[in-house]
Design a binder for this molecule. Sequence first.
Ligand SMILES: [Zn+2]
Length: 368
Amino acid sequence: MFAGKEYKTGQITNEILRLPLTVIMPLFYAGNDLNNLYNALCEHYYSESIYTAIREKLKEILELIKNEKPFCYFNITAEKTLIEEVLGDEALKGYSVSFGSLDEPLLACVPQDSNLQKYMTVLCAIVEAYIFLCADTYNFFSVACMYFANLTDMGCRDKTFFASFTEQYFGNEEMVKFIEENNPVEITHAFTLEPQVWMAPVIRRDEKGLPMLGRRTHFNRMLNFYVTDMFEGLAVGHYSWQCGICHKFFFMTTAHQQLYCSCVNSDYGVPCSHVAKNKLNMPKQKKEDGRGYDTWKHRDDSIRSKLSQARNNKPNAKYDVETCLKAKELINRYFEQAQIDFDYAENGYEQDMILENVFAEAKRLLGK
Ligand SMILES: [Zn+2]
């Protein structure tokens, strides 16, 4: 559960891997800037310009991420409201007065239990969270990219392989050193394989309002969340795979031998799986690894059984042979369409493949 919605474990990792460099790099630099501003906030005398600069930096980060998965799952509006509350012009006026009344207008000199201290605690927590967001996303992105690119190269497809490959990969001293040296953000700890997590048992309500037992997981920073998501995802067989054509990462929920992503390739205008099918030198993708195959298989089985009823003149036969053959032709056509048309696969395929719809369309085409 994340922001009230359910996501498959490993999905967040996959979405981080798919972030474009035009988001990752500015995010990294913004995090660095914010960290410098935070140091100034802690060390210097109160100055409105530092607080204003922090506010603008936080807004800049929000603008950068608000439309990008997985960050768009955050409540961006609530974040903006919170930033306005602790860093808006009104708040700053108040700080100016409060700090002005201190012997030394320093953060360290703010009196215990004062109103100003309450505000400063919230403000610091927000700024730290954003620094972690930027730095951890960048660090995790770079480590996870390397790891999944290697995993893809090795062709690992089952849990034992995942585990032994992961053990070798992260257990390798050279690799650990490499990760540390390439961890460009010094303000935070390096990539960790031992994320700190707190678990709490909770009672929540299901959709019908009935109580159900669950557990809530708390993370004190993004990196711990990312690493947990990645390993939990691998453990249940949800993982990222690098497309052999566009080299983007895509999310796998089964160990199907899917080699290419189903996203439309901008160079060809059709999904990568279809590009591969038509390129002689690429390994072919099997039909059962195609998008929407499970649905196709169910319908195919149903139509076969109806066809056999029709052929044997069974009294329960609902459709004649001609209609059944037309229905079969239709589901094959829909399936083919779903392989090359991403929009159709997402928005029209499942609806068209409903058995009643298939037969209705078959009858319509036959004029029955
Ligand atoms: Zn692709």
